[in-house]
Design a protein around this ligand. Structure first.
Ligand SMILES: C[S@@+](CC[C@H](N)C(=O)[O-])C[C@H]1O[C@@H](n2cnc3c(N)ncnc32)[C@H](O)[C@@H]1O
Length: 318
């Protein structure tokens, strides 16, 4: 097969007719995120608090998987209006009353997602699967577009970056000091997708939670990787695995940029080990408190989920 730019192969691999994210098992069949299980229930509580603080009565989950986070939110706060957005039809397991909009996928959002009011939009691990241009520095020190054979994953170097990607690099990830073989995952496609999402909001707050880096800590060799059945694999864009790359979070329009650890400490407090005496007087409460502490510890681990970036942007009615 002819090699194509990574961004095109990636879009087709994840969101084409046989794309990875259209599979029945959904993302949770291949990897765990903060949105799943006990940690997901606690994350839902934190998001409900954020919604209250920001005056939001509607939570929209963009890249909702099969609705795991929405189910937890609904269980905690049935008073909130909830809507999921993902590339598949509405999961049958979703509680009645939770809305759903089917999306094309990647950088493209559904037309119906407009005029969101008094809303908290959450994009939890969406931007890392918005395909972007991958560039590599050639032997002469010039950035070139990386091409890939969609069937084998074999890479080759294509032409120079197009002017828009080159301009993004100059502003956010300069290539002058990079060495041959260094790579840049050009954030322009993510910036544009994020700006599009913000444009769907009349009044509210938009939160992205993702693996990320800033100008202070760009990864020299790139972060492109595949995931299948719970393990990292070579990123072959044939639809058999997830393909993801960390997000340049500081180039996204934002009002606040922080880590998940800091954000959750602010919203939920710090993990507290419950008094052991409670295990005798109220064993159920003791076990619930232990489970909460363990979930919060996992979500805020600085070497793990706590290192995720929270990017928050407010949209005020104009
Ligand atoms: C890495 S998974 C994260 C799923 C879930 N948010 C979680 O954290 O467990 C990314 C999800 O984003 C979805 N997605 C990608 N592009 C999208 C788009 N344009 N609109 C809606 N969902 C999208 C994928 O289909 C996939 O379910």
């Amino acid at each position: 097969m002819d090699p194509v730019p990574w961004r095109d192969a990636w879009q087709d691999a994840l969101y084409g007719p046989d794309g990875f994210y259209r599979r029945p098992e959904g993302p949770a069949g291949h990897f765990t995120t903060s949105a799943h299980g006990g940690p997901g229930a606690l994350l839902a509580q934190a998001l409900a608090r954020l919604a209250d603080t920001e005056g939001a009565t509607h939570v929209v989950d963009v890249g909702a998987g099969r609705g795991e986070l929405l189910e937890a939110l609904h269980a905690d706060r049935p008073d909130l209006r909830l809507t999921g957005v993902d590339v598949v039809d509405r999961p049958v397991s979703l509680p009645a009353g939770v809305g759903w909009t089917t999306s094309p996928g990647g950088a493209v959002l559904p037309e119906a997602l407009v005029d969101l009011d008094d809303v908290l939009v959450v994009a939890h691990e969406w931007l890392d699967v918005v395909p972007c241009t991958v560039a590599e520095i050639d032997r002469a020190g010039r950035p070139r577009t990386v091409l890939v054979d969609p069937r084998s994953g074999e890479e080759s170097l294509g032409g120079p970056l197009d002017p828009a990607d080159a301009a993004w690099c100059a502003a956010h990830w300069p290539t002058d000091d990079l060495a041959p073989g260094d790579r840049v995952e050009v954030g322009l496609a993510r910036d544009r997708a994020w700006a599009d999402l913000l444009g769907r909001v009349k009044r509210g707050v938009v939160l992205a939670v993702d693996y990320g880096h800033t100008a202070a800590d760009r990864p020299a060799r790139g972060t492109l990787i595949g995931y299948r059945d719970g393990v990292g694999v070579d990123p072959v864009p044939d639809g058999s695995c997830d393909v993801t790359a960390h997000v340049a979070v500081d180039s996204l329009r934002h009002d606040e940029l922080t880590t998940q650890r800091e954000a959750l400490h602010r919203l939920l407090g710090r993990p507290v080990v419950p008094d052991h005496g409670l295990s005798r007087t109220d064993p159920a409460a003791y076990l619930a408190a232990l489970a909460r502490t363990s979930a919060l510890t996992a979500l805020t681990d600085p070497a793990g989920l706590g290192g995720f970036r929270w990017v928050l942007a407010r949209v005020r009615a104009g």
